[in-house]
Design a protein around this ligand. Sequence first.
Ligand code: NAD
Length: 255
Amino acid sequence: MTDEMAGKVVLVSGGGSGIGRASALLLARAGAAVALADLSAAAAEATAGDITAAGGRALALAGDVSNEADVARFVTATVAKFGKLDGAFNNAGISPAAVGCAATPITEWREDAFARVIAVNLTGVFLAMKHEIAALARAGGGAIVNTASVAGLVGLRGSSAYVASKHGVIGLTRTAALECAPLGIRVNAVCPGYIDTPMVAPHMPTRGEDILRAVPFARLGTPEEIAELVLWLLSDRASFVTGAAYVADGGYSAA
Ligand SMILES: NC(=O)c1ccc[n+]([C@@H]2O[C@H](COP(=O)([O-])OP(=O)(O)OC[C@H]3O[C@@H](n4cnc5c(N)ncnc54)[C@H](O)[C@@H]3O)[C@@H](O)[C@H]2O)c1
């Protein structure tokens, strides 16, 4: 265990799986107390259990990032348990497949499915920052990292709602960075490429060849590789970095 995040309290959404889980584990190894918010109580509790079993401090919270009352509770419960909030990783998200619209052209997207992707991936980040900023300011400043995607930077055929939501996350991140600079709060986004998580793994048997052909490294990234970037952005080592969107995609968007 390092001590880079010693004494810090961080809230991680989507902490029950994939990128959120790997980031929570790394933040805890670096000394942070970590609150895990996830739609799946069991998944949040599993990550929290792994952190406490390794000697860290963790809190599992169940709820929906698109529901303002749940998001407000994530923040108040974290502060009630650990005394303050120093950082947040607003990372929970869903893919088009989660709403039955994988590889669906715009002409065929259902409106309710489009709205759900926006509600979770974009409104969820807005609600999180709405409630986190005051708590971070009370702690004297801090850092926020929002999960966008390479889909926040380029278009992807068949993924309109997802692409729109992730472009929105980058705009929201930049605006929050401007508003929060006087409060000593840094706000950045990460833009992962294709990462080996339960969101992507099920598509590999059918779409794997196409995906890997588009990645110069010819492999999926690991959740741990994104976690390293998240840890750095949340740590004081990134003290002059705000309003940025960092790509980690094995070269996908360089083409
Ligand atoms: N895997 C990739 O290739 C990839 C690439 C770019 C961006 N991303 C983004 O990274 C983030 C994490 O994705 P992942 O690949 O780790 O996915 P994942 O499916 O492994 O994990 C997502 C977690 O978020 C939780 N979640 C989903 N909807 C929620 C809601 N409404 N409220 C609370 N929690 C909710 C899920 O229960 C799950 O634990 C997402 O925002 C995703 O869009 C993923």
